[in-house]
Ligand binder design. Structure first.
Ligand code: ADP
Length: 394
């Protein structure tokens, strides 16, 4: 069956960035999203205005589409599985999402597969936290098991009093019986890495170049492609991606976040069953972007070439730093004038501190390829600094 209409649950920037690829592949996007201000409203063929966990809206979406995919995985899986039983085609399949939506289940899944992860425990109200944390020591990292993203729900904890305070504070914010947390060792990583991988309906897998991601206050600020790591480390990360995608029988694009430790050890931090911020550079730097790759996989097409078409790239997120309705025209203009810069502005009508408003990717010159990469020479870091000094107020 040739797939012509793809339903997308979620209408944020990840859905918005599928637009060019959809047009190229001759596919129409029908989007389920709650607000008329959401970025993908401007590019969708048709929109169903509803929260993403509203399965009756997804039933209507299914009637309009050949296949349904996700730009946001915080859906109601139980309700959607009734639709799947009635023949609605989800890609990735719902079974692939089941072990991933709860961070504790996800960690269990990874460690059961024998993949390296930080030490972790589930915490619930009744348990003796003290004995558990003694084995980890401080600092430790407390995470909400569900609905965490962009560092929301991730807390670095320096002592027992802070842990108790955070737990009781977070618990009162939630409805009763949902105060579920994960506690894990703090990893004194040397670098954070990420890789985007894709798997087709036929089981073909491709991986993008491994990148370095740089977080501040747990939010991604910049991505450097490719990461300066050894070929052996790249091979290990690609093997992790293959194990995961095959084990989940995943169809679509998938983001994997990792820690590189000082002794060269690699740990998997988190996986995201969708396109991912760490792969945005691929829009401008790779032959096939992660968004096209995702649509290719979901539509049952062969996968495209994920290789970099230039020596490297640096991607900088343009994060909100105030509450405002400004469109930041003059800063955007200045950033767009940087040679080899590609600016993507998500068209959000409201800025808030930490909110992702856009990103810019600067391609690094091919001439650096022979003489050691431009990234190793610090060019990427210097460009990121220029962009951030234009974007953020002094
Ligand atoms: P989110 O799902 O909100 O992105 P993550 O688990 O990816 O949450 O955590 C966000 C960031 O917090 C990471 O990129 C990293 O910088 C930091 N972090 C998370 N877990 C740990 C850990 N165990 N040790 C050290 N830093 C961590």
């Amino acid at each position: 069956m040739s797939i012509k209409r793809v339903g997308v649950i979620g209408g944020g920037q990840l859905a918005w960035m599928m637009a060019d690829a959809a047009q190229k592949l001759g596919v129409k996007l029908v989007v389920q999203t709650p607000s008329e201000h959401d970025p993908a409203v401007s590019i969708a063929q048709e929109i169903i205005f509803a929260p993403i966990d509203d399965a009756s809206a997804t039933e209507i979406l299914a009637q309009k589409c050949d296949v349904i995919t996700f730009e946001n995985e915080f859906v109601n899986l139980d309700a959607l599985s009734l639709l799947a039983q009635q023949g609605v085609c989800f890609r990735p399949g719902l079974e692939a999402l089941v072990p991933l939506l709860d961070k504790y289940h996800q960690r269990r899944y990874l460690s059961d597969l024998g993949l390296p992860v930080p030490q972790f425990f589930a915490l619930d109200e009744a348990e003796n936290i003290k004995s558990k944390i003694e084995s980890l020591g401080f600092p430790a990292v407390l995470k909400s098991r569900r609905h965490g993203y962009d560092g929301q729900g991730t807390f670095i904890i320096n002592d027992f009093a802070a842990l108790e305070q955070k737990l009781s504070y977070e618990t009162t914010k939630k409805t009763l019986n949902q105060p579920l947390f994960l506690l894990e060792e703090f990893v004194p990583f040397e670098k954070e890495l990420a890789v985007i991988a894709a798997r087709s309906v036929e089981g073909e897998i491709v991986t993008y170049p491994v990148v370095e991601t740089q977080q501040e206050q747990q939010v991604c600020r910049r991505v450097i492609a490719p990461a300066q790591i050894t070929p052996n480390q790249v091979a290990k990360i690609q093997a992790i991606a293959h194990t995961l995608l095959n084990s989940l029988q995943f169809v679509g694009v998938f983001g994997i976040e990792l820690f590189l430790c000082a002794d060269g050890k690699i740990l998997v931090n988190e996986i995201a069953p969708r396109t991912h911020n760490s792969g945005h550079f691929s829009l401008d730097a790779c032959e096939t972007s992660q968004f096209e790759q995702h649509l290719r996989a979901v539509c049952g097409l062969p996968l495209g070439n994920p290789a970099l078409q230039c020596a490297g790239a640096v991607m900088v997120n343009l994060l909100g730093y105030e509450n405002s309705h400004s469109d930041y025209q003059s800063q955007r203009q200045k950033i767009a004038e940087i040679p080899q810069a590609h600016l993507h502005w998500y068209g959000k009508t409201e800025s808030r501190p930490g909110r992702k408003l856009g990103h810019v990717t600067v391609l690094l010159d091919n001439q650096n390829k022979e003489s050691g990469s431009a990234i190793a020479n610090g060019v990427g870091a210097a460009i990121a600094h220029i962009i951030e000094s234009i974007w953020y107020p002094r």
